[in-house]
Ligand binder design. Structure first.
Ligand code: AMP
Ligand code: MN
Ligand code: MN
Ligand code: MN
Length: 286
């Protein structure tokens, strides 16, 4: 096989979470689980946070696995939350760190407002409950609220909590302004990284809005898209493969693993990329 063929055939998983955001496993345990599952190139991409990367890199040294430094940045675009993954970043870059600190800084107030909104429908103490599930006090996510509501017995699983309480229009959802798309892509590029649109099938955009997202993303220097994602159906994969071809974007493969009992796809267990696409990890291994 050619070198390019060997790189393409690698088991890459370029999006997952640890306890530093809303994953269940410590950064080192994420790396060890990935290695056990046969992952050869892994990116740890915690929400708005890079503080797990030292531990993850230390763990990766003991495994036969290449760890890509990553992050998943929360962005507001056309009134929706969009996630932009940064891959191959210098995670000591001051502008990136300042930007992420600013994004995280909004989470506490948002969590308070979510808790107040839930109290209005009779669910008390949600903030304290969510905080018990958040290992990083700066990073209380909707996932922590969902886990708390499952633990109280109110709801059977986190998916059901999201459907009933935590998505737009539901009682525990509050509007929040995250980073702008230009800021997020700028921080990633400024830190030497490649910006990738995460799980594009998840956004509640019309086709025209989705095209606007990618127009703007490319205009500010974004280069990749998650074609294969733990959140994508086979039809979604085909749809975003077409988009990647049409726009000449690099393609990513990403489980978005959070934990064994919460994620549809385990680390390294995603489908393969369609063979004609350019794998983003080829640009990260150079
Ligand atoms: P936040 O960044 O606080 O808005 O939380 C977003 C996180 O909530 C995502 O990264 C997922 O971990 C989780 N999440 C979002 N939607 C769902 C869902 N439908 N089911 C389970 N988890 C979800
Ligand atoms: Mn998450
Ligand atoms: Mn995401
Ligand atoms: Mn994610």
């Amino acid at each position: 096989m050619s070198d390019a063929g060997l790189v393409r055939a690698m088991n890459a998983d370029l999006h997952c979470h640890s306890t530093v955001s809303d994953g269940w496993l410590l950064p080192g345990d994420v790396v060890r689980r990935a290695a056990r599952n046969g992952v050869e190139v892994l990116a740890l991409t915690d929400h708005d946070e890079v503080s797990g990367l030292d531990e993850a890199q230390a763990a990766a040294e003991a495994e036969s696995l290449h760890l890509v430094n990553g992050v998943e940045i929360s962005v507001s675009f056309l009134g929706e939350t969009v996630h932009i993954v940064g891959l191959g970043i210098d995670y000591h870059d001051p502008a990136l760190l300042a930007g992420l600190a600013q994004v995280r800084g909004g989470r506490d107030e948002r969590a308070r407002r979510m808790s107040e909104a839930l109290a209005e429908v009779g669910i008390r103490g949600a903030l304290e409950g969510a905080r018990r599930f958040a290992r990083n006090p700066e990073l209380v996510s909707r996932a922590h609220f969902a886990r708390h509501l499952v633990s109280t017995g109110l709801m059977p699983d986190v998916n059901t909590v999201f459907r009933h309480y935590l998505t737009k229009g539901k009682p525990g959802f509050v509007e929040h302004v995250w980073a702008s798309l230009d800021e997020a892509v700028g921080w990633i590029r400024g830190a030497g990284g490649i910006a990738v649109v995460a799980h594009p099938a998840r956004y509640r955009f019309s086709n025209a809005e989705l095209e606007q997202l990618f127009d703007r993303f490319v205009a500010c220097g974004g280069e990749g898209v998650e074609v294969v994602s733990g959140a994508h159906s086979d039809d979604d994969v085909a749809r975003f493969a077409t988009l990647a071809r049409r726009r000449g974007l690099l393609a990513s493969r990403a489980s978005d693993f959070h934990g064994e009992h919460e994620s549809p796809v385990d680390l390294g267990r995603c489908a393969s990329l369609p063979p004609d696409l350019a794998p983003v990890w080829a640009s990260l291994l150079r």
